[in-house]
Design a protein around this ligand. Structure first.
Ligand SMILES: [Zn+2]
Length: 396
């Protein structure tokens, strides 16, 4: 779940240096092409709008959006048709989800001031399950060609509730043919988790295991937001949620999972490690790289969405080189996403992609294509296929 606005000016922070630190060790790799489905969609769109462009390869600034919020924390936003206008021919496909948490407007807290964002009020957030019916209904109002460009996601469940999984199953049964996955949903998130009414979500809660079990069975792609660490974490310390997160992921090897924002947040910075320490602990990218190399985590992917994440990546020439090298090595498992929330304009929407420009420039053509489109197609095409298969067998 992203910032209220998307126009953040990247600025150098000392946090960002740790993102990299050992950048000299990282480099190279590549592969994958345009999957048939999306190619057909692109063809349909480009022939309808601009036939001359149809035969060209996608421009280097085209992408699929693995992380997009249609509505905000008070369930307001833009329509999919307005989003299609913004997508134009530059964005072929996108995920589609609201935000499952509603900010309460508490008169006793803010009086006549109507909060629109979780930082605007001390009043709690609560799960707003109607978001799934809303997303399904606006999706179903689209033409088949328009629908083919979206992967709607179920988000309106409480991951601390043993009944949460039943909501997900019910949504598939009520709206077959619509959803590709679940999420973005949140377990630990700075400022947010503590504000949610009811029991605090936990990575060790069996209610969450039931949800992952069902994702494994149905093929629903999982996008999970879980901060890797607490805010203001100390240097040279194991990130507080890393062990629990790895254990959760390893308990569900048959689920296809995307760890949103590589575990980072607005102030949950890349894991720090001081260069002088004799036994230097791994940095953020080394942790992620270790996970990517772990055969027990071959089902786990990472998104680099959110302008708050981009700010760490482009903070210094060293971070830019290190992150680019990392992406060149691991593009098969990394997805770009904007994490914009109901963007008011194309400028606001594309600003997030453009923050990454210094890094896009350093990627091999194949790595760039995978991060922008190929990894998305691999994961979401398979998700669609498996969920439709589950629906055929289970929705009467
Ligand atoms: Zn998030």
């Amino acid at each position: 779940m992203a910032a209220q606005t998307v126009l953040t000016t990247p600025r150098a922070t000392s946090d960002a240096r740790c993102f990299i630190m050992t950048s000299g060790r990282w480099f190279h790799r590549a592969l994958l092409a345009f999957a048939g489905c999306a190619a057909v969609v692109v063809w349909m769109v480009t022939t309808a709008v601009a036939p001359r462009v149809a035969a060209q390869a996608p421009a280097d600034d085209s992408f699929n959006d693995s992380h997009f919020h249609l509505t905000n924390y008070i369930q307001q936003g833009i329509t999919p048709r307005q989003f299609l206008q913004i997508m134009g021919t530059r964005v072929q496909r996108s995920t589609l989800f609201g935000i499952p948490l509603q900010q309460q407007w508490s008169y006793s807290n803010s009086g006549d001031y109507a909060p629109q964002y979780y930082l605007n009020s001390d009043a709690p957030l609560y799960y707003y399950s109607f978001t799934d019916a809303y997303v399904a209904s606006v999706f179903k109002s689209l033409s088949p060609a328009e629908q083919a460009r979206f992967d709607p996601m179920i988000t309106g469940f409480n991951p601390a509730d043993m009944y949460g999984v039943d909501h997900i199953r019910r949504v598939l049964q009520l709206f077959p043919g619509v959803f590709t996955g679940i999420g973005e949903f949140t377990i630990h998130k700075e400022f947010v988790s503590a504000k949610i009414s009811g029991e605090t979500a936990s990575l060790t809660n069996p209610a969450l295991d039931r949800i992952f079990d069902f994702a494994s069975e149905s093929g629903l792609v999982v996008i999970i937001h879980n901060d890797i660490d607490m805010p203001f974490a100390k240097e040279n310390a194991e990130p507080v949620y890393l062990t629990q997160m790895k254990a959760l992921l390893k308990r569900h090897p048959k689920a296809t999972i995307i760890w949103a924002h590589m575990g980072l947040g607005r102030i949950v910075h890349p894991v720090r490690a001081s260069a002088e320490a004799a036994e230097r602990p791994p940095t953020q990218l080394e942790i992620v790289e270790g996970m990517l190399a772990d055969p027990g985590l071959a089902h786990v992917n990472f998104d680099i969405s959110w302008d708050e994440v981009a700010k760490y990546a482009v903070a210094t020439p060293q971070t830019i080189a290190g992150v680019a090298a990392f992406l060149n090595r691991h593009a098969d498992r990394i997805l770009f996403g904007t994490d914009t929330v109901a963007p008011a304009s194309a400028d606001a929407y594309y600003a997030v992609f453009d923050i990454w420009k210094p890094i896009w420039r350093l990627l091999t053509p194949e790595a760039s294509r995978k991060v922008r489109t190929g990894t998305y197609e691999r994961i979401f095409n398979e998700g669609r296929r498996r969920v439709r298969e589950w629906e055929r067998a289970n929705v009467k």
